[in-house]
Design a protein around this ligand. Structure first.
Ligand SMILES: *[C@@H]1O[C@H](CO)[C@@H](O)[C@H](O)[C@H]1NC(C)=O
Length: 270
């Protein structure tokens, strides 16, 4: 008699909120598909790459980072997706725990990066120096440096003289390169309404005095421009951080709620 009552009740009433369950399922599924995309892009980049100067520059191949991030994301979101769908406590707990771990790791990196901003700047500087040294060896690094200099309207890391780090642009007398003392075209200040673009505008500027040189090229180094950019886009930086953190926090909270609801459900049926 008692059991029949319980079974009847179980048919009409459930501790499990379907909205939370399907919300968790849907968003885990979305990020699960997204993780497959990241892995695919990483694999594509890895296969496409003929030379390995990019890997030497960044210590680890960025393509490998993409693949690792994608695979980790794949397993976490898989747990959330199937865990919510099958109301599986073990999968949901795995999901919640891994997501918490990932979130805390990101938080730790952000806090360390903020409090050790001088070291962060030095480390970034080392990467940019290597990118300048290998500018002509790797098309990806060349595109990256050109993009940074054009977007941030800057030249070199500290200033345009940094281009001497590169063998081709090095300004010593003995350098036989035809580009001796030059800087890349991406350092040049575009002249509005110019009909024929002067791609030679960076030639020999390192041998000019700085007053002369900075008439045609960006006078500021990229590190100073980057600091200015961050300081004037604090709202955007904060929004990006929030955009990264919010889905993770939502995933942790929702999966915890769902776990306790499933546990309530189980104990009510028993
Ligand atoms: C330019 O090349 C010379 C000779 O190879 C080298 O001694 C010098 O350090 C280089 N300049 C820079 C800024 O790296």
């Amino acid at each position: 008699m008692d059991r029949k009552l319980n079974l009847n009740r179980a048919e009409t009433f459930s501790f499990i909120n379907p909205w939370i369950r399907y919300f968790l399922f849907f968003f885990s599924f979305l990020f699960w598909v997204f993780s497959l995309l990241i892995v695919a892009i990483g694999l594509y980049a890895k296969v496409q790459k003929a030379t390995d100067t990019v890997r030497d520059t960044f210590l680890i191949d960025p393509a490998v980072i993409l693949i690792v991030v994608g695979v980790v994301m794949f397993f976490i979101t898989f747990c959330g997706c199937i865990g919510a769908l099958r109301e599986n406590i073990r999968l949901l707990k795995t999901f919640s725990f891994s997501l918490t771990l990932v979130f805390l790791t990101q938080l730790a990196i952000a806090i360390l990066g903020f409090f050790y901003s001088d070291q962060t700047r030095d480390t970034l500087g080392k990467f940019v120096k290597k990118a300048i040294v290998h500018y002509r060896d790797d098309l990806d690094l060349q595109n990256l440096m050109d993009y940074i200099q054009k977007e941030f309207k800057c030249c070199g890391w500290n200033n345009y003289i940094d281009w001497s780090w590169n063998l081709y642009f090095n300004c010593t007398q003995e350098n036989p390169s035809s580009e001796r003392c030059s800087v890349p075209y991406s350092c040049c200040i575009p002249i509005p309404g110019e009909v024929v673009v002067n791609t030679m505008c960076g030639f020999g500027v390192q041998s000019q005095n700085s007053l002369e040189a900075t008439k045609s090229i960006y006078p500021m180094g990229c590190v100073d421009r980057a600091v200015i950019w961050i300081e004037s886009h604090l709202l955007l930086v904060g929004a990006l951080a929030l955009g990264l953190a919010l889905p993770q926090i939502a995933g942790i909270v929702l999966s915890q709620i769902l776990i306790s609801q499933i546990q309530d459900e189980i104990s009510s049926v028993l």
